[in-house]
Design a binder for this molecule. Structure first.
Ligand SMILES: Cc1ncc(COP(=O)(O)O)c(C=O)c1O
Length: 408
């Protein structure tokens, strides 16, 4: 049994579902994008080869099948995140588009001049820039919650900011750069009690921690299919129904309307009001297969496996001289480890690792404010998922030692 008593993942069997591992690569960049199992690519191929057609509008059989699978994914996603209704599940291209949707369709109408938006220094650019644009357009102000020396959000500062009655609070469930697991439930409850509308960026939360949006209590929750074994181009915005009903459309055109007359237009019901134009049908079907795959593994088992690998990697990396680890201890982080090596640029390390077929991310991880706060331009980052094995961590350690040998 794994550390917290959850069912153990059969990693060898899982790896057989991922043809890419036959190439021999060690893939340590799942926080960036995950790999896809045959079940996902197979579901998409089935659509493209056997019932490729547009949805919602044709009377023939293959279009009915396509529509059924597309809408069927919505129910799978609803159950996966425990939303009250499929009307609250909006397909987007990913987390970025989901947050932009809220920033435009909710933000422009609801955030007024002088009002406060609370973000955090840990956030990904896609949960910062849309709010900066909104603040500039509407004359709002932004304050950022800082981190402590362990890379965890300063809750004292967060609560101080809540006393100023922010209109919006937006933060990530899990940091992509440090792996910090934020106390999302407590933060949402406090922000709601302060009267704020709350968006949680679940890009690194849904794939690794899972989510129950009703228990979390947020107003909006955004995530990307490609970080949870699904394809690129299909993600989700969850929104509380009352809020979505009151919002104007984000994009407009075909499919999101009830009637269009030259005098004006009436919009479609939820969720289609927010799905203008032909959607990424094959990708949404792939997302459904990814949700099935993860649900089959069980999110508790996914978390337990990542915890085990993360503890192993944290310990192995801690033993390396000249290596600095960023972020909290393994018990309070997801499967992400950012680090730097004395005298070796992260990009050089990633290049040397690549010679050993080890895929390692180097850069600012779309979190430049956080990098500035840490006083670094970039870090190296290893991130893990359901298919990661301990011997892959050993391969990473080997690449790091090789880089140290070369740069000595
Ligand atoms: C925490 C977080 N938020 C948002 C995003 C943006 O996701 P996407 O590029 O899929 O829209 C990412 C991607 O790395 C992320 O890690």
């Amino acid at each position: 049994m794994s550390t917290n008593g959850a069912r153990r993942l059969d990693v060898a069997a899982i790896r057989n579902d991922f043809p890419i591992f036959e190439t021999g690569i060690v893939y340590l960049d799942s926080a960036n994008t995950s790999q896809r199992p045959r079940q996902v690519t197979g579901a998409m191929l089935d659509y493209f080869e056997h019932f490729n057609s547009n949805i919602h509008r044709a009377a023939y059989h293959i279009a009915e099948v396509a529509t059924e699978r597309y809408e069927g994914t919505r129910e799978k996603v609803r159950a996966f995140i425990n939303a009250a209704s499929t009307k609250e599940v909006i397909y987007t291209r990913g987390t970025t588009e989901a947050i932009n949707l809220v920033a435009y369709a909710w933000g422009r109408k609801n955030v007024r001049a002088g009002e406060l938006i609370v973000l955090t220094i840990l956030d990904h650019h896609s949960n910062i820039v849309p709010w900066q644009i909104l603040a500039a357009a509407n004359g709002a102000r932004i304050e950022y919650v800082d981190i402590d020396e362990k890379g965890e959000l300063r809750q004292d500062q967060f609560h101080e900011l809540l006393k100023r009655s922010p209109r919006l609070v937006a933060f990530s469930q899990v940091s992509n750069a440090l792996g910090t697991i934020n106390p999302a439930r407590e933060m949402v409850a406090a922000a709601k009690a302060a009267g704020a509308t709350v968006l949680v960026d679940g890009a690194q939360g849904a794939p690794h921690q899972g989510v129950d949006v009703r228990a979390l209590g947020c107003d909006f929750y955004a995530f990307s299919g490609h970080k949870m074994l699904g394809p690129t181009g299909a993600g989700v915005l969850y929104g509380r129904r009352e809020l979505l009903e009151a919002m104007d459309p984000f994009q407009s055109g075909g499919d999101m309307i009830k009637t269009v007359r030259i005098e004006g237009t009436t919009y479609h019901d939820l969720p289609w009001k927010f799905e203008a134009g032909t959607q990424a049908i094959g990708e949404v079907i792939g997302l459904g297969a990814a949700v099935d795959y993860l649900s089959g593994l069980g999110m508790e088992a996914v978390r337990a496996h990542e915890r085990e690998i993360t503890e192993y990697a944290y310990e192995a990396l801690s033993d390396i001289e000249g290596l600095t680890l960023y972020g909290p201890p393994p018990s309070r982080r997801a499967g992400v480890i950012s680090f730097s090596l004395e005298g070796i640029h992260p990009h050089d390390l990633a290049t040397i690792a690549d010679r050993d077929q080890v895929c390692l991310r180097a850069g600012h991880h779309c979190a430049m404010p956080l990098m500035t706060r840490l006083g670094v331009a970039a870090t190296a980052r290893a991130s893990f998922y359901v298919y990661t094995q301990k011997d892959e961590v050993d391969r990473l350690v080997g690449s790091i030692k090789e880089a140290q040998r070369i740069f000595k």
